[in-house]
Design a protein around this ligand. Structure first.
Ligand code: 5GP
Length: 117
């Protein structure tokens, strides 16, 4: 069994978070350290640690995460100007929380995708 992270506690509302959307499959909440005026994390309620752990049975949930992200972008008023969806994976992807999450970032020009560190 994969180990739960703080995100499971957020899903169960055991610790505070600014939840902007929740249904039976996904939860979306504002990132605690926003990198842009809008920075929301969309996560599956089911614990999938990384993109490497996604299976065909997760297809509908993963697709739903994209649909929800788009709906939130429209509600936040950033859909027309555009935004970025990012999912980090593993060490090289700099994934810090081992519960898959889609970052929704927008509200300002975000620049090019990758910078040399
Ligand atoms: P990662 O680097 O894993 O792709 O992104 C993890 C994100 O989760 C970071 O942007 C970080 O600020 C956010 N985060 C970590 N812990 C918490 C928390 O307890 N609450 C909220 N709202 N966001 C968190």
């Amino acid at each position: 069994m994969p180990e739960e992270t703080i995100f499971s506690k957020i899903i169960r509302r055991e610790i505070p978070a600014d939840i902007v959307f929740q249904d039976d499959r996904v939860t979306a909440f504002r990132d605690i350290a926003p990198q842009a005026p809008t920075h929301i994390l969309v996560i599956p309620n089911k614990l999938i640690p990384t993109a490497n752990d996604a299976t065909p049975e997760d297809e509908a949930t993963l697709g739903h995460m994209f649909i929800v992200a788009g709906e939130i972008a429209r509600k936040e008023g950033i859909a027309e100007d555009g935004y970025r969806l990012i999912m980090n994976c593993g060490e090289h992807g700099h994934q810090e929380v081992q519960h898959i999450h889609l970052h929704l970032l927008g509200g300002r020009p975000l620049g090019s995708m990758l910078k040399r560190a």
